[in-house]
Ligand binder design. Structure first.
Ligand code: C2O
Ligand code: CU
Length: 527
């Protein structure tokens, strides 16, 4: 496990390319492995078919991850503890699937923080490989950000105390401190181990972290059991019911990466919501708030309601990645790329008791075209109207930007054994190379371009506003403060990025996790 980045480039991808050889000729036509750039169902990647019968749709009940209780709390801080370990869960009826989970469950427990109160989470690693935990969307000091080589060794040992100039290893556990100096928002936490984020998230290392505040509370939004997080993720299964993922080395302790056919991304054929396949939620005929997160490695979704409510939009969006919007936005469909969050209201008072409403993915085919179902099961009193003004929003202007930078996400520029890598500005990820030095407190204009396939751009620490997309106004899905933005193949965006909170080294990367693991990541250092 101590191979360096160079060794990965030299041997790791050599092994990957070796596996590719037998299928190379056909790969170009159908699966698009090797040099081709393939897109399936509007998502970069290759469909991995389950080798066992898929479960029936719309029979499982929607699970809601438990809210984690603090182990203690004091005047300033709430303290939590999480153990990362193997769990056995029933996803396929009557069968067990092994997952890697926070507290052994998938999704992990939901952490709820309060703006202005510090959150401490001690993560203990009872898995067999190193991990690191990133709070996606959090304004966090660099040493608590889950940097890809800032690892927690397994408690079982083997790596304790090991450090090199690029890797640090905490022995068995590590405390992450989150100041929560940010507004109410739907964040999530997930694994971020260099070269292995894709498989480790796929095995189940992902959970919600919600921030609440007084401003949000005064808006009278649906709450309690009518405030529901929805984590959407696609998976495929092996004959024995285990998750199927095309790692070159399935132990995740040797050679990283996926076999060549899946270089563009791994797409599963089973859609899970909160870990259950195509589940059902019984609702009352009232408004509900859903915090929709796309936690898939490579799949994007276009969500629709069948049938859509009469005389209203399917979704009333109240929040984006970084928190509530200034005013709600109406959508009949939601395009959501990996790691994005849409905080939406669905108004079931527009339906009758007995109605069944299917949430579909109109970018999917067959099994991936269905997501979940709502059944209007009972009458209840509604929580009242959604305010037309939500939270104050200050629009950044181009004139505030002090520096302009160009970032290109593409395939190529770096290669290993004839296999071209996913790169940022033509270079593979190097933990020691800094590509930008923004000043603390500044706003910068970043011109982002995506090539070969579509890419979701994500930057740690620094929230941004989308100023333009493809030369036009931002899309209707780019409102508010964002931390992740979807770019089409050949697409571009101008982002106004605000660097605040902390100095130090952070990453930006593609949130297609196969692209990220195969080098589409870079460092910036706030100075
Ligand atoms: Cu959710 Cu660096 O990512
Ligand atoms: Cu990408």
């Amino acid at each position: 496990m101590e191979f360096s980045r160079k060794e990965f480039l030299r041997f790791g991808l050599a092994a990957g390319a070796g596996l590719l050889l037998p299928g190379t000729l056909s790969a170009c036509s159908s699966s698009g492995g090797g040099g081709a750039n393939n897109t399936t169902e509007s998502s970069a990647g290759t469909l991995l078919k389950s080798k066992t019968e898929l479960p029936p749709r719309f029979t499982a009940r929607l699970p809601v991850p438990p809210v984690l209780a603090p182990v203690r709390t004091d005047g300033s801080t709430d303290y939590y503890e999480i153990t990362q370990k193997v769990g056995q869960v029933e996803i396929l009826p009557g069968r067990k699937t092994e997952i890697w989970g926070y507290n052994g469950i998938f999704p992990g427990p939901t952490i709820e923080s309060r703006t202005g109160r510090r959150t401490s989470v001690v993560h203990r690693n009872e898995l067999g490989v190193p991990v690191t935990v990133h709070l996606h969307g959090g304004k966090v000091a660099p040493e608590h950000d889950g940097y890809p080589t800032d690892l927690i060794a397994p408690v079982s040992g083997g790596h304790a105390g090991h450090t090199s100039h690029t890797t640090t290893m905490a022995a068995g556990s590590k405390e992450y401190l989150y100041p929560m100096d940010q507004q109410a928002a739907t964040l999530w936490y997930h694994d971020h181990r260099m070269d292995f984020t894709g498989p480790q998230v796929y095995k189940g290392l992902a959970g919600f972290h919600l921030i609440r505040d007084d401003v949000e509370e005064r808006l009278g939004l649906p709450r309690g059991e009518r405030d529901v997080p929805l984590m959407i993720a696609d998976r495929a299964f092996n004959e024995d019911g285990s998750f199927s993922y095309p790692s070159v080395d399935p132990s995740l302790s040797g050679t990283p990466g996926v076999t060549g056919d899946f270089m563009s991304g791994v797409l599963g054929d089973c859609i899970l919501v909160n870990g259950a396949p195509w589940p059902v939620l019984e609702v009352s005929n009232t408004k509900y708030r859903f915090r929709i997160l796309n936690a898939s490695n490579a799949r994007r979704y276009r969500l629709e309601l069948d049938k859509k409510p009469s005389g209203g939009p399917a979704f009333l969006q109240i929040g984006s990645d970084q928190g509530l919007l200034d005013t709600p936005a109406e959508h009949d469909e939601l395009q959501i790329s990996q790691a994005e969050r849409f905080d939406v209201i669905i108004d079931f008072s527009k339906y009758s008791v007995g109605d069944e409403i299917t949430m579909r993915n109109s970018w999917g085919e067959d099994s991936t075209a269905d997501v979940m179902k709502f059944k209007v099961a009972r009458q209840a009193a509604d929580s009242g109207p959604i305010p037309s003004q939500l939270v104050p929003f200050t629009k950044l202007s181009k004139s505030e930007a002090t520096v302009t930078r160009d970032i290109v996400f593409a395939r190529g520029g770096a290669e290993a054994h004839g296999m071209s890598l996913w790169t940022v500005n033509g270079e593979a990820f190097d933990p020691n190379k800094i590509i930008a030095n923004p000043r603390l407190g500044s706003v910068e204009l970043w011109n982002i371009r995506a090539q070969n396939v579509e890419h979701p751009f994500h930057i740690h620490l620094a929230p941004f506003q989308v100023l333009s997309k493809d030369g036009n106004d931002p899309s209707e899905y780019d409102r508010g403060w964002k931390d992740t933005v979807s770019l089409e193949n050949g697409g571009k965006a101008e982002l106004l990025v605000k660097f605040e909170g902390f100095k130090g080294k952070y990453v930006l990367h593609c949130h297609n996790l196969e692209h990220e693991d195969m080098m589409m990541m870079a460092n910036f250092e706030v100075v």
